[in-house]
Ligand binder design. Structure first.
Ligand code: ADP
Ligand code: MG
Length: 248
């Protein structure tokens, strides 16, 4: 059933460049990303992880294939409608936080509304403040990003991604800049987003310890999904990463 997935890829192909310099970054990927679950994407550098994430998030368009949000194929939307869909349905957490230095924490969190020309309702605003308390940044809302630690900045980025209550949260190496304790906390918060707020999290990571938090792990190699496993411990995932690297 189409509506069961948070987002679906159908025969997704992406070729960069043209003429003699073509790179086939994705070679026909078909996958359903499930709601209320965290899906990790692992694979060697250059295997197509970021390309897949960007296509699923509507940040780039495929050479062929479909990206389905329910029955809507977003690869057919014009830029204006695609931007509107991203603002409503998708939250992002990047390694570099992408917080605006001149804005306060709360202004950063509310930025997706500002960009979309909307305001949260009174209840929605209260919900955001409750989540800020949950995330341990309830007392930091008037500060500026440079007054926060790396772990606190990443929590702000997570709250910003949660704020619009998107169906999907994409996190590309979200723990890459954090010490191991802050990294674990961030992963726990993303896990809670899936359980408590009905969101699907797609986590791109090199780190088997991070991927071990996921309900499902997709391995990508040379532009194709080569393994699709359920929750797996970090040492088994490490072995799978090594085996993939050796097989190339
Ligand atoms: P990963 O995130 O797994 O490291 P990417 O999706 O970034 O892999 O890249 C997959 C392949 O596509 C690589 O060979 C990469 O060099 C190539 N690639 C990615 N982005 C571009 C681009 N904008 N132009 C040309 N080639 C690209
Ligand atoms: Mg990448």
């Amino acid at each position: 059933m189409q509506g069961a997935a948070a987002v679906s890829a159908r025969a997704l192909r992406k070729v960069y460049g043209s003429g003699g310099a073509e790179v086939e970054a994705l070679r026909g990927v078909t996958v359903d990303i499930e709601p209320r679950r965290m899906t990790a994407i692992m694979g060697p550098s250059g295997s197509g992880k970021s390309t897949l994430m960007h296509l699923l998030a509507g940040l780039d368009t495929p050479t062929s294939g479909q990206v389905l949000y329910d029955d809507l194929d977003i690869t057919r939307l014009d830029d204006r409608r695609l931007t509107a869909l991203r603002r409503q349905e998708v939250g992002f957490v990047f390694q570099a936080f992408n917080l605006v230095p001149t804005l306060t924490v709360l202004e950063n969190v509310l930025l997706p509304f500002e960009l979309g020309g909307t305001k949260p309702s009174r209840e929605h605003h209260a919900w955001i403040l409750e989540r800020a308390v949950d995330l341990g940044i309830g007392r930091l809302l008037d500060r500026r990003p440079h007054q926060l630690s790396g772990g606190q900045q990443q929590r702000v980025a997570i709250l910003r991604a949660l704020a619009i209550r998107p169906r999907l949260i994409f996190a590309d190496e979200p723990t890459g800049n954090l010490d191991s304790r802050s990294g674990r906390e961030v992963l726990t918060l993303l896990e809670r987003a899936t359980r408590e707020h009905d969101q699907a999290v797609v986590l791109v990571t090199h780190d088997p310890g991070a991927a071990a938090h996921a309900d499902r792990v997709l391995f990508i190699s040379d532009g194709a999904v080569v393994h699709d496993v359920g929750r797996t411990d970090a040492s088994t995932l490490s072995e799978m990463v090594l085996a993939l690297a050796a097989a190339r």
